[in-house]
Design a protein around this ligand. Structure first.
Ligand code: BES
Ligand code: ZN
Ligand code: ZN
Length: 529
């Protein structure tokens, strides 16, 4: 031990003293930042949970780095008695001249995988959380270039880093923004660098899709109007997808009376987005539909003011569709996808829909709007009808639809309503990989009865009582779908993260974007979508 301490001191001596003083000034509050790359570079290494107090169970990569540092990393870790537990970290300095910090993060027990009760791959989740914590701690230390251990699952490691480093601070002054950090995968000791780089890129793209969803959801509604949403999506996707921006006249010509009844209370014009990604020729695309209410006041059935700001995220379904398409197209998945996004604001005004008004959807069904706050189902009704015109092999819709799904599942999982056992199995499989869970909910006739018992029209837009609110909303949507492979994801409960998901910061979550990308990936392998 004494020898290694001596060694450490001599290595510190080798470092340029001006860097040290610049760094010292930084740590003590002076705003002088060393531009030396050498001093800003950090390394994240993984270790498995291990009861032993005299050995460290390194990942393959970490072991090599320890060897490179003459065993100094393990020696330093073993200087304290308590072994590292899952989710805990130790930060070491001056152990390797290449890195100013080496952060060791514990990724849980070796060999952990699928957990049946949790319906999640625990190994992958632990890696995401462990590297997320690591890169955030290093950013706090001012490190701006971080090399990260693949931890035995390169894709999960990349996801964890890229999701953790996301922050929406575009509207803040420069000095209050989180500093930019460059991350890369520690591939130097890999047998197959190319495939590791490929996996890393895939994880980064998955995270990038979710981060686009988060950004769109977090943006304030005065900036992210339906028109602006369409502009951003065009900007993000135009080189890989065809993006059609339909206006109010178009929606009128399509007889989308249900969608337009929501938009009419606002001065912001509605937009209907139609996006196509053709990674393969096919006559039966996979259809995605997303609720795009850029702000939901509740309309005339106005919401209480407390917490209403969160309703800027009521276009979460639309955002997840856009985020998924970004990743699917960047990954160049061999699949044909068509997406349909009705966008509008739900506002109270002299021109707004009134409780008891009757509107007519695209398929001719009449709807009594007893509660103008149940607007998501109204805009989705027309979007679902329209999507049916393209002979889709499946329809997957996502919507921050009901507070009731939050009561039922909280942020634990997105609620899934589907008429297909096969689709359910595929989606669940995708969610086990992504760690962003789903939970199946019923589409019983019991709920359909609640919305078809209606005084003035074919359907009522609410179920009459609060009971089973997420299920009556799904039963309502079912009236507008004929497809045998339909999945409705109620994502209101997972809309925002208040600390439950360790690798997502607080705020709008962008969930379940990665599950949907993975689902599309599975579908691209299975059928002729
Ligand atoms: N956008 C809300 C649902 C919501 C609630 C999303 C919480 C995210 C977080 C939706 O439009 C709504 O207001 N639904 C009503 C339906 C009710 C009037 C039948 C609800 O859930 O209260
Ligand atoms: Zn509402
Ligand atoms: Zn809403």
């Amino acid at each position: 031990m004494a020898a290694s301490i001596v060694k450490r001191v001599s290595r510190v001596k080798k470092l340029n003293i001006s860097h040290i003083s610049a760094r010292y000034k930084l740590l003590t509050g002076f705003r002088h930042f060393s531009t030396s790359k050498q001093w800003n570079k950090a390394l994240v290494l993984g270790v498995y949970e291990n009861e032993s107090t005299d050995s460290i169970d390194f990942t393959g990569t970490a072991r090599k780095f320890d060897e490179k540092a003459d065993g100094k990393i393990s020696q330093l870790l073993l200087t304290v008695k308590k072994p590292l537990k899952c989710g805990k970290t130790r930060t070491l300095h001056a152990v390797d001249p290449e890195f100013s910090s080496v952060l060791v993060t514990c990724i849980g027990k070796r060999g952990e995988g699928y957990d049946e009760l949790e319906t999640v791959d625990k190994g992958r989740e632990s890696i995401r959380a462990a590297v997320a914590k690591a890169v955030l701690q290093l950013r706090e230390l001012g490190e701006n270039e971080i090399e990260v251990d693949s931890c035995g699952d390169t894709e999960a490691s990349a996801e964890g880093c890229h999701l953790a480093l996301f922050s929406y601070d575009d509207l803040k002054a420069e000095k209050s923004r989180k500093p930019a950090v460059r991350i890369s995968c520690a591939t130097r000791y890999s047998q197959d660098k190319n495939s590791m780089e490929k996996e890393w890129r895939k994880g980064a793209i998955l995270a990038e899709g979710q981060n686009l969803s988060r950004r769109l959801m977090e943006m304030p509604a005065n900036l992210l109007t339906p028109t602006k949403f369409a502009e951003i999506v065009k900007e993000q996707l135009a080189d890989k997808c065809e993006v059609l921006v339909r206006d109010k006249d178009w929606a009128e010509s399509m007889k989308m009376g249900s969608f337009l009844s929501v938009a009419r209370g606002s001065v912001e014009p509605p937009v209907f987005l139609e996006i196509e990604y053709k990674g393969r020729q096919s006559d039966s695309p996979l259809a995605l539909v997303g609720k795009g209410v850029t702000f939901d006041t509740g309309g005339i059935s106005i919401k209480p003011s407390q917490g209403m700001d969160a309703m800027r995220g009521d276009m979460g379904g639309a955002a997840c569709v856009a985020g998924s398409l970004l990743s699917v197209s960047k990954l160049q998945l061999p699949v044909h996808v068509k997406a349909f996004i009705p966008l509008c604001e739900n506002m109270p005004s002299g021109s707004a829909t009134k409780p008891g008004d009757v509107v007519t959807a695209m398929n001719g069904k009449t709807i009594q709007v007893d509660n103008t706050d149940a607007e998501g189902r109204l805009i989705l009704a027309d979007a679902l009808c329209y999507s049916e015109q393209f002979n889709p092999s499946l329809i997957l819709d996502m919507a921050t639809l009901t507070g009731a799904i939050d009561v039922a599942l909280g942020a634990g999982a997105a609620g899934v309503f589907t008429n297909s056992e096969n689709m359910w199995n595929k989606l669940q499989k995708a969610s086990v990989r992504s760690g962003d869970r789903v939970w199946r909910m019923p589409l019983f006739n019991h709920y359909t009865k609640k919305i078809t018992e209606c005084q003035l029209a074919d359907l009522n837009n609410i179920g009459g009582s609060r009971s089973g609110g997420a299920c009556t909303a799904a039963a309502f949507l079912k009236e507008f779908v004929n497809n045998k492979n339909w999945l409705h994801l109620d994502i209101a409960g997972v809309m925002s993260n208040s600390g439950d998901v360790a690798y997502l910061g607080k705020g709008m979550s962008g969930r379940p974007t990665r599950t949907v990308i993975e689902f599309i990936n599975l579908m691209s392998k299975e059928t002729n979508n």
